[in-house]
Write a protein that binds this ligand. Sequence first.
Ligand code: RIB
Length: 296
Amino acid sequence: MKRIYLLGSLNCDLSIRAPYLPERGETLKGSDFMINAGGKGANQACACAKLGGKIRMAGAVGKDSFGDMLLASLKSAGADISTVRRTERNTGVAVITVVDGDNRIILDEGANGEVTEADALALLDGAQAGDIFVTQLENPFPVVLNALKLARERGLFTVFNPAPAKAEAREAVKYSDLITPNRKELRLLSGKEGLDEGCEELLALGAGCVIVTLGEKGSLVYKRGVRLEVPCVSAGEAIDTTGAGDTFCGALCVRLAEGAELAEAARFASVCAGIAVTRRGAQIAIPTREEADRFL
Ligand code: RIB
């Protein structure tokens, strides 16, 4: 099995369920407050580890209790966190409101903003051509961009999850063997409204292939000569979509590392995300490989 190298964010998620979004000046009674391990990068790393991948993550957390919690979560999942640094800046925090299963997130990036190119170099030390590199957009963009370039130069298969959406990320598309936007990110990166048009534009910009995640509509696998709709797999009522895209991305990387074809990897990823949305929280909602295989 190939190894997976991930450069990304770690956030402490402060999540609360609300009946609706409050208006300016309004105080609203919520429920089910929870503090749990999140961050797009860490969620994807956790998914890789729980689903049986060999994963090393680089990133940064503060020297605070949130940082302790995040490292403990990844360690217990089985990820190699030897390249996650502790910095003087506080651990990143995400304040999440969940309404009708959907989430709204406000981020304070904290230590995630301290990640540097040296972290990417340390992460890739020992990586082999054919291994997988994956990253997102919750660290400084120049670092993400250079890490993608570096991984590409070393012959790794680069997976770019362009989240949260940023127009400047267009520059990174050409270094992506696989790019996994949601519909909004696709629109922003491609400047096109239609799904197919958007995918064509990303291919024209230099992406090797595109998988668009479409929530309850599943995903679209798109590359030259291939257009495949992969249905969403429901494992029950969706009560919290936080981290569902991350579960999808992590699961996808694991199956690719195992040598699966894109479509097969996307099907497996749909199952894993379908299970994750039936549970509250980010990392704690991600299924284990045993659970995913049982469901399949
Ligand atoms: O994708 C979900 C994640 O986005 C949350 O865990 C939160 O930390 C933000 O990074």
